[in-house]
Design a protein around this ligand. Structure first.
Ligand SMILES: [Ca+2]
Length: 276
């Protein structure tokens, strides 16, 4: 009886360990669902997001914390795209621009898996331009619609409040953790698409100029066509420095494109047809 009990316990233990392992971000894989890119030795994964029509904005039936700019909800049609499995890391930023801008820099090597932050929207555009020059690819900053659709789990959405769950402490890092700094990317549970830290850790710049929503059906929207130097840009997902309700899938933050903040970084996207 004791032997049988020991076997059952060790089987459960193996299953738990196996599950934990599956939650760790993987590298060195390449398929339609997940493409690995290598920039002079720094590898990162992009996850396929099948396009669809989705409802953008706060689902007020499940989320009573919504703010006025999260409505009116509206239908958006998105084409297929890829989005970063993780926030852009300090290792990748260093490899591309050879600079170390982050406030939470832990030292050479140690900081590699931490998200880059303290980078302005303008800095991020320079980073992407240089990355594209190095790789001969077409990486971009997500549109606000691409970011929100991916955060909500795309076509695999389970209608969670945060990206990947209804409890923030399970899926990401916010001020409730009381850490007062970023955490290595990929340490909490991913969302339905396998994306980590969409909610929390660092807010993520989007390409869009911040503007009110309207009810018009939109196809691959990228925000207002006119952008002034003083136009605030959208940053989504909340951060380690924000309360949990800022980390909801539909919450919208904004900052000037010149703002460098220790809680704002970015994530990459790419059109599906550009991934080959
Ligand atoms: Ca984030």
């Amino acid at each position: 009886m004791k032997i049988r009990l020991a076997c059952i316990l060790s089987l459960i233990c193996c299953m738990v360990l196996s599950c934990n392992h599956e939650d760790e971000p993987e590298s060195n894989t390449s398929s339609k669902e997940k493409k690995t890119f290598d920039v002079a030795g720094v590898k990162f994964n992009m996850i396929f997001v099948e396009g669809d029509t989705f409802t953008m904005g706060a689902d007020t039936a499940i989320d009573r914390d919504f703010w006025g700019d999260e409505i009116p909800v509206h239908k958006v049609i998105l084409s297929d795209y890829y989005i970063g499995e993780l926030e852009v890391t300090q290792a990748l930023w260093k490899k591309v621009l050879n600079t170390i801008p982050s406030d939470n820099y832990k030292g050479a090597g140690t900081s590699d898996k931490y998200p880059v932050e303290n980078v302005s929207w303008n800095d991020c555009q320079r980073f992407i331009a240089k990355l594209n020059e190095m790789t001969q690819k077409h990486f971009a900053m997500p549109t606000e619609a691409q970011w929100e659709f991916a955060a909500k789990g795309g076509k695999k959405s389970q209608s969670y409040k945060y990206s990947g769950g209804d409890a923030m402490k399970v899926v990401g890092w916010c001020s409730d953790d009381n850490k007062k700094e970023t955490t290595e990317t990929g340490k909490r549970r991913p969302n339905e698409l396998g994306l980590y830290d969409m909610s929390g850790n660092v807010r993520e710049w989007c390409v869009d100029v911040y503007a009110d929503y309207d009810t018009t059906l939109q196809v691959d929207p990228a925000g207002p066509a006119t952008a002034l130097a003083s136009s605030e840009r959208v940053a989504r997902g909340g951060s380690f420095d924000d309360p949990a309700f800022y980390c909801r899938n539909s919450f919208r933050a904004k900052s000037l494109p010149t703002s460098k903040l220790k809680y704002v970084g970015l994530r990459l996207v790419m059109k599906a047809e550009d991934a080959y």
